[in-house]
Design a protein around this ligand. Sequence first.
Ligand code: MG
Length: 158
Amino acid sequence: MRIGHGFDLHRVSDDPERQLVLGGVTIAGAPGLIGHSDADVVTHALCDALLGAAGLGDIGVHFPDTDPTWAGADSLALLAHVVSLVHAEGWTIANGDITVIAEAPKLAPHRLAMQERLRAVTRAPISVKATTMERLGPIGEGLALAAEAVALLEGDPS
Ligand code: MG
């Protein structure tokens, strides 16, 4: 077995056209995040946890923000690629657990939808939880959103 950890943070955008996407779910009525892809911090943190567990580097290595291929990319497609890399090494994903750190919007109504999207791509149990920063610091002031993830791999890689 191998365990991996991931962290990601994106700034909140003041572009009214920018959509907020978390765990592959578009959340209406909330400002989006600044990023090269869709800036889905939840999916990015999970990608890094999986890559870390498999010893395959990080999301920046596989999807550089200088590569136009990933401009505006759906992060679930990035996750699908990461899952294929992990499987190719001989691992199966035992589970993943994610904490979203956001002052707003309220994420409880979207938690199950996020889990479903992430489970569909990873074919593994993925848990999504949320917490706030009690209005402290840049996340607490609504300037950024972040996510942390852990993932466990099992298998007999060559
Ligand atoms: Mg990111």
